[in-house]
Design a protein around this ligand. Sequence first.
Ligand code: NAP
Ligand code: GLV
Length: 307
Amino acid sequence: MSILLSGRWEAAERDQWLALLRAALPEESWVLEPGPEVEAAVVANPPPGALQGLPRLGFIQSLWAGVEKLLADDTLPAGVPIARMVDPAMNEAMPQTALWAVLGLHRGFFEIQAQQRRAEWRQLAQPRAGEWRVLVLGLGELGGRVAQLLAAQGYAVSGYSRRPAELPGVRCLHGEAALAAALGEADTVINLMPLTEATRGFFDAARLAQFKRGAGFINLARGAHVVEADLLAALDAGRIGRAVLDVFQVEPLPAAHPFWSHERVTVLPHTAAQTDARSAAALVAANLRAWRAGREPAHRVERDRGY
Ligand code: NAP
Ligand code: GLV
């Protein structure tokens, strides 16, 4: 009986994962091709169909935090539990990236970089952190940590989630009416929601029109949350002051895409929070052992809600 490792990746990356997983779970036998002996699968957005026709498959562990591509595979066997990646390294990195981007917007550092290119010496207004309202959409593993770090730095933080939430120092909101009001007063909006049927295309022209004029937008979740043409129009109209984008509809971002050269867009190469294969392998080992022992694996995906 064996564990399948499957993903869309280069051989070197796959081999690194395989070595770490073998070391973390020496009692298991690992295979790279599907077969009737496979009992569990560890996957990184595997090709569609990779998990069908496996009669013994009892558990799927994703190496990605976001599982929208995995769930989009119509051949994914029904009823098999899926767990997603929640990695301590990622939990550390995402709040760092968010803090950097919020500081860049609040203190004008992105603008000052542009001034340097024009040899322009100009001091910008310096509002206090408590006068700068940040709205974090998605208060889960990553968004919750981002909101709390920003609150600890003195920012006026609101957070929005699907269900009611409570986080120290964060004004937690839910529901469409609360969202519209919060968008209208936020100086910076950060997206950290999962990509689901409810959140695909969330940031379209109508939503962007609810933003406070000139607000900053930071997208650290998925490119498909944003209607990119609408964001470009909102930037050009001054509705959105500046955007910091880590994720895009098409990745890598095509060379001809207007985001690359837009003077008020900062492009990151989907690097806001990378999984550290070492800590991630430890999580996979703990989850596979829990499943083998008949216990509930951590970070179970609820398929019908899409995350
Ligand atoms: P998570 O723990 O599942 O948290 C998701 C949060 O979003 C929850 O608070 C959830 O609300 C909220 N949410 C879901 N649907 C919503 C909706 N329709 N309206 C409002 N709020 C909604 O996920 P996570 O681990 O924080 O990760 C979030 C996303 O980050 C991932 O799905 C992935 O796409 C992205 N990501 C990006 C990178 C990167 O490098 N850029 C790295 C890792 C992950 P409830 O609390 O009510 O359930
Ligand atoms: C990265 O974006 C992930 O979902 O793990």
